[in-house]
Design a protein around this ligand. Structure first.
Ligand code: VG1
Ligand code: CO
Length: 544
């Protein structure tokens, strides 16, 4: 089984975005497309030769084909061992868990996260480094540079490996281990949270919850952890069977894309608790009875209550949030006397802070929360964290959040997405806005005084690397804020994201509808960026 050298040529556009290379399945199916990218990983990461690699994905269409291709290429490139989840399944946080637990040199995670799947949907591939986290920018840049000069890839002729059979197989010198995708991850969760207390909560019969796996990767994980290990009633996990096309749905856990679950938290028969995760299991949505927890608030609440859980009983050393995430977490950090770091969007920026022991928890407004336990955001982890708090406090979700607002104040928050807009028009909108920011501080917009306005740039405090142009910020003297940036995960046109936040310290004003509270700022944000005139959109496509 000698390696075969296949001639190829560079394919433009293989630059990883916020979270890996994401394209239409049809693009990935082009001759050499996946191979070029994978070979570029092997060519730029020499430690993989003779090393070990975790491989798995969210089970979407093309997952299995991609794994077969990658395994043959790994063998031809001298990889010693690959660890693969049975059926090719690994949630993104479980992949991170395995890389860390088995000390591999990295992993290839196959997912386009919350983007729809199927032959006409999206696919994606992401290289994670040996700390278990997404490759930092210098690594993704090197991989991309390689895709522009590549001339050959290495593979071998071999029959497909058996992805269903647990245990060891060989492909020439390559040792292939098919692992239970759930067990190691479930053990890790059990080590962090008070499973006895949560089991007691379920046993009481007074507490009803549903977890919506959205026919994506978390089904098997949630069934094992919630129903088997914690004794939640059968049927607690809904849409628990992973499907290649996610049942035709859009596996994005938010109020727009999980309406069925949201409905279950309302009305006479409302659940006490409901949660959902996305395609690859790294996002989470938390709902109480008739109550939605904003992801930015969720991070702040978890941080303020971390010491109530076994895994974080000694408290947290520091916090981090992505720049567009609301500043609710900053207030908690301040009271706890710890640092709160502000990073660009994307989990890769948390890696150094976690590795260096500067932070324990981190999160993003985009339904992402996580901690030092792995190097990815982690949907089920957040759900278990909330369950642990509900068991300890014996209070409703709403009560816990309202108490939090009383103590720290409330950050009203919303994100408005304008999807599939003309890419050039969106770029121009951002460029023109950028040019108008200098000189804005000290003036007023819609009667509000601007305190600062800038193009966010980040210097990593651990390795000194810099990342410029990470979003435009306009901060007001009353602590309100507007942020504009373009999405780095889409596969069609551009998506403009507008993030709007205001702060309310007075508990008497904590009951407003978010829409009402933010209406004046939304108007400022739309007018200042001339969204309607430039993009031809009168309203956002999705509000979260
Ligand atoms: C989006 C979110 C970002 C998140 C990223 C990956 O990126 O805004 O916070 O880290 O998706 O999440 P963008 O560039 O489209 O705004 V996932 O669940 O797709 O791995
Ligand atoms: Co995801």
């Amino acid at each position: 089984m000698d390696p075969r050298i296949v001639r190829t040529q560079p394919i433009p556009g293989q630059k990883p975005g916020t979270s890996g290379l994401r394209k239409k399945v049809r693009t990935f199916e082009q001759t050499g497309y996946l191979e070029n990218f994978v070979q570029s990983v092997f060519d730029t990461q020499p430690e993989l030769s003779g090393g070990a690699l975790v491989i798995g994905g969210d089970g979407r269409y093309y997952n299995r084909d991609a794994i077969q291709t990658i395994v043959r290429m790994a063998a031809a490139n001298g990889v010693r061992q690959v660890l693969i989840g049975r059926g090719g399944i690994l949630s993104t946080p479980a992949a991170s868990c395995l890389i860390r637990k088995y000390g591999t040199q990295g992993g290839l995670v196959l997912s386009a996260s919350h983007n729809p799947g199927g032959p006409n949907g999206d696919f994606g591939i992401k290289f994670n480094v040996s700390n278990g986290g997404p490759a930092p920018e210098n690594v993704t840049e090197a991989i991309y540079a390689r895709t522009l000069t590549i001339e050959r890839y290495l593979t071998l002729e071999a029959p497909p490996i058996d992805l269903e059979q647990l245990g060891t197989q060989r492909l020439g010198p390559l040792q292939i281990e098919i692992l239970d995708p759930v067990a190691d991850y479930a053990d890790l969760m059990e080590s962090l949270f008070d499973f006895d207390a949560i089991r007691y909560l379920f046993d009481s019969g007074l507490f009803r919850m549903r977890f919506d796996a959205m026919h994506a990767v978390t089904g098997p994980y949630a069934i094992e952890i919630l129903e088997r290990r914690l004794g939640a009633e059968p049927g607690t996990v809904i849409n628990g069977e992973p499907k290649e096309d996610f049942g035709g749905g859009h596996p994005d856990p938010n109020l727009t894309h999980a309406p069925e679950l949201v409905a279950m938290t309302r009305g006479a028969d409302a659940l006490d608790f409901a949660a959902a995760s996305d395609g690859d299991g790294d996002r989470n949505m938390i709902l109480g009875k008739g109550f939605f927890v904003t992801p930015s608030d969720s991070l702040a609440v978890l941080a303020a209550n971390a010491h109530h859980t076994p895994g974080y009983r000694n408290g947290i050393v520091g916090l981090a949030r992505s720049m567009p995430t609301s500043r609710a977490a900053d207030r908690v950090a301040e009271q706890l006397g710890v640092e709160c770091y502000e990073t660009p969007t994307g989990w890769k920026f948390f890696g150094n802070l976690l590795d260096d022991g500067r932070i324990t928890l981190c999160g993003e407004e985009s339904f992402g929360t996580g901690s030092s336990h792995v190097r990815e955001k982690d949907g089920l982890w957040a759900v278990l964290f909330w369950l642990n708090l509900l068991a300890v406090h014996q209070q409703s979700v709403e009560h816990i959040v309202r108490n939090h607002w009383q103590r720290f104040g409330r950050n009203y928050y919303a994100r408005h997405d304008y999807e599939g807009v003309d890419a050039e028009a969106a770029e121009r909108l951002i460029d023109d806005l950028r040019g108008r920011l200098p000189g804005l501080a000290g003036t007023t917009l819609g009667g509000r005084e601007v305190a600062f306005a800038d193009d966010f740039a980040y210097t990593d405090p651990v390795d000194g690397s810099t990342s410029a142009h990470q979003g435009l910020r306009i901060g007001f003297a009353d602590e309100a804020r507007i942020v504009y940036r373009l999405s780095g995960t889409g596969t069609e046109g551009a998506t403009l994201r507008v993030y709007i936040e205001s702060f309310e310290g007075d508990p008497a004003r904590h009951d407003l509808e978010t829409e009402t509270a933010l209406a004046p700022l939304v108007a400022i944000a739309r007018e200042f960026a001339q969204i309607e005139a430039r993009l031809g959109r009168v309203a956002p496509d999705v509000v979260t």
